[in-house]
Design a protein around this ligand. Structure first.
Ligand SMILES: [Fe+2]
Length: 508
C-alpha cells in the first residue's frame, strides 16, 4: 500500500525559495525540517476513523520518498510516496500524513484484502476511464467527473481502476494545475482506497521527459515492472485474492496518433515481452483464477465518430490474450459504454483482424424497427425485467472487452454509435509532411462481437464483485454498471462471468 500526496504549493521562483514552505519556515526557526512520513496503525473497534493516529508505539512509521520534476514553466513539483509495509490481511488501518499537507487531507483509512480462504475473500472493485474535473476552467470534464467519485464509494470498493485519460492535463495551459485539481477532487475516495491508474493517450505532456510521461511517473508510485526508470509505472501487475490485474500502456502498440507525443513502439518490445511473461506466469499459477487486463485504448468499438478500435492493439496483444486466456479487458478511450461477447481468434480472412466472438447470440436487444422511430439502437441496454435470469458468460470461451470511458468527459460518444452496429478500426496512422499529428486511416467492419451498449447513460462506472467460490466449484465476477448521475437507480447492465475453480490439488 502506498500513500501519496502532493507537496505544498510553491512559488514560481527558483533556488532556495522553491523549497517546500513548511521546510523553509522550519529552517528559519532553526529547526530541522520534518521529513515527510506516514504513521499508521490498525483501526481499533472504537477508534474514530479520521482522528490522527496516536504518536506512540502502537503506530508504525513509513518514511516517504519524493519524486520531483519541473514543469514547462520551470516550477518544481514534489510528490511524496510512503510505502506502508508489513500490513496484515483483512485489516482496517488508519494513517496520518506528517507534516500535514495543506492541500490534502492528513488522515485516512483503508482496508487490506482478506487472506486466501478467509470468509471475507470476495471483494468489489470499481472502474471507469476518461475523467477530467468539474472545475469551471476545465473544458474536458463535467459535473459527472465529481459525481462519480461519490457514486463509486457507495460500493465500498477495495480499490478503483482509473483507465486512462485521467486529467487531460496534456491539453491544458497549466497541466500541473489540472493534476492538482484532479487529486483534490478524488481525495474523498482516494484517501480510503487505492486508485490504480492506467496511462492513456492524454497522459503524455509535450517536453516532459523522453516520452512526455515524467509528471505521470512522478504522480504515481505503481508496482515496479523492472524495465528501468524510463518505463517504471507505465505498465504493472498486482494480485488481489485469486485475480491477477495487468495494467498496460496502449500507446506502445496503437497506431492512432492522438497524444502530444507519438509513442507507437516506444518501449521497443519491452512491454509486450513483459506482458507475455506476466500472463504466462499468471496462468501457470494455481492460486490465480482470473486474469484481468486494463488498457486505455480499445480493440473494438461501434462509435461512428470517435477513436475506433485499433488494429495495432489487435495485432500485438490480442493473440497473447487468447493464448493465456485473459478473461476480461477493461478499456476507456471511447466515451460510452459497450461490451463484447467473449472473443478469441479472428474472423477468417479478416484483414482488420476482426475478433471472433465465441457466442453467436444476438445482441441483448434487437430491433428491426425503422430508424426514424424512437427506439433503442441495436444492442442498446434496457433495464433487466424483474425476475429475469442473470446473463452468465463462460469466461473460458474468450475475453470479454468492456469499454467504459464514461468517467466524465465533456465529449460523450454514446450518441454516435453505428446503428445497425458496425465497427470502426484504425488501420494506419499516415505520416504527413510537416508538423501535426499523423492522419488516422479507418476501415469499417461488421461487429459480430458486439453484445450490448448504451446510448442512454453517457456517465457511468462499473462495480465488479469477485467471488472466489469454493475449490472444485465455480468462481464468478458479477459486473454491474451504474449511471454516475443516478446512482440510486438499478444498474443498466448486469452480467456475470463464470470460470471453474480448480480443486484443492490445483490450487496449491
Ligand atoms: Fe483517450
Amino acid at each position: 500500500m502506498v500513500v501519496s500526496w502532493l507537496a505544498d504549493g510553491e512559488p514560481a521562483a527558483r533556488g532556495a525559495a522553491s523549497a517546500p514552505a513548511g521546510a523553509l519556515s522550519a529552517l528559519r526557526q532553526g529547526l530541522r525540517p520534518q521529513r515527510p512520513a506516514v504513521r499508521f496503525a490498525p483501526a481499533g473497534p472504537d477508534s474514530v476513523p479520521l482522528d490522527p493516529v496516536p504518536d506512540d508505539d502502537t503506530a508504525e512509521r513509513a518514511d516517504a520518498t519524493t519524486s520531483t520534476f519541473r514543469d514547462a514553466a520551470r516550477r518544481r513539483h514534489h510528490v511524496h510516496h510512503a510505502r506502508l509495509g508489513g500490513l496484515r490481511p483483512g485489516t482496517r488501518y488508519r494513517y496520518t500524513i506528517e507534516p500535514a499537507p495543506s492541500e490534502a487531507p492528513a488522515t485516512g483509512e483503508f482496508r487490506t484484502a482478506a487472506a486466501p480462504g478467509d470468509p471475507g475473500e470476495a471483494f468489489t472493485f470499481t472502474c471507469f476511464g476518461d475523467h477530467g474535473t468539474d472545475e469551471p476552467d476545465d473544458p474536458y470534464g463535467t459535473a459527472a467527473s465529481r459525481a462519480v467519485v461519490g457514486a463509486l464509494d457507495r460500493y465500498d470498493p477495495l480499490f478503483h481502476l482509473v483507465i486512462g485519460d485521467l486529467t487531460y492535463a496534456s491539453l491544458r495551459q497549466d497541466p500541473a494545475r489540472a493534476w492538482a485539481d484532479w487529486f483534490r477532487m478524488i481525495a474523498p475516495s482516494a484517501r480510503h482506497r487505492p486508485w490504480m491508474p492506467v496511462a492513456g493517450n492524454h497522459e503524455s505532456e509535450r517536453g516532459m521527459g523522453r516520452f512526455g510521461l515524467t509528471p505521470y511517473q512522478a504522480y504515481f508510485a505503481s508496482p515496479p515492472n523492472g524495465a528501468g526508470p524510463d518505463y517504471e509505472g507505465l505498465w504493472y501487475a498486482f494480485t488481489v485474492g485469486r485475480a491477477r490485474f495487468v495494467m498496460l500502456f496502449g500507446e506502445d502498440v496503437c497506431y492512432q496518433d492522438h497524444g502530444e507525443v507519438y509513442l507507437y513502439g516506444f518501449s521497443e518490445g519491452r512491454q509486450t515481452a513483459w506482458l507475455e511473461r506476466t500472463l504466462r506466469e499468471a496462468r501457470a499459477d494455481g492460486a490465480i483464477d482470473w486474469v484481468i487486463v486494463g488498457v486505455h485504448q480499445v480493440a473494438m468499438s461501434t462509435a461512428a465518430y470517435h477513436n475506433g478500435g485499433d488494429l495495432g492493439l489487435r495485432a500485438a496483444w490480442l493473440p497473447l490474450f487468447d493464448r493465456y486466456q485473459v478473461d476480461l479487458v477493461l478499456c476507456g478511450h471511447e466515451h460510452h459504454y459497450e461490451r463484447t461477447h467473449p472473443v478469441r481468434g479472428v474472423v477468417p480472412d479478416s484483414t482488420e483482424l476482426t475478433p471472433l466472438p465465441a457466442l453467436t447470440t444476438e445482441p441483448a436487444v434487437l430491433s428491426t424497427a425503422p430508424r426514424a422511430t424512437a427506439r433503442p439502437v441495436v444492442g442498446s441496454l434496457t433495464a433487466r425485467p424483474a425476475g429475469a435470469e442473470l446473463e452468465r458468460i463462460d469466461a473460458t470461451t474468450g475475453a470479454v472487452h468492456v469499454t467504459i470511458g464514461t468517467g466524465g468527459s465533456s465529449t460523450p460518444s454514446s450518441e454516435a454509435l453505428f446503428d445497425p452496429p458496425a465497427g470502426r478500426v484504425v488501420v494506419e496512422a499516415e505520416k504527413r509532411h510537416g508538423a501535426g499529428r499523423r492522419r488516422t486511416v479507418y476501415r469499417l467492419e461488421a461487429a459480430p462481437w458486439l453484445a450490448a451498449r448504451s446510448t442512454e447513460h453517457p456517465y457511468a462506472f462499473a462495480a465488479l464483485r469477485v467471488d472466489p467460490g469454493e475449490p472444485g466449484g465455480t468462481t464468478t465476477i458479477r459486473v454491474t454498471v451504474h449511471d454516475s448521475l443516478a446512482p440510486d437507480e438499478p444498474p443498466f447492465d448486469d452480467f456475470m462471468l463464470t470460470r471453474p475453480r480448480p480443486g484443492e490439488a490445483g490450487s496449491a
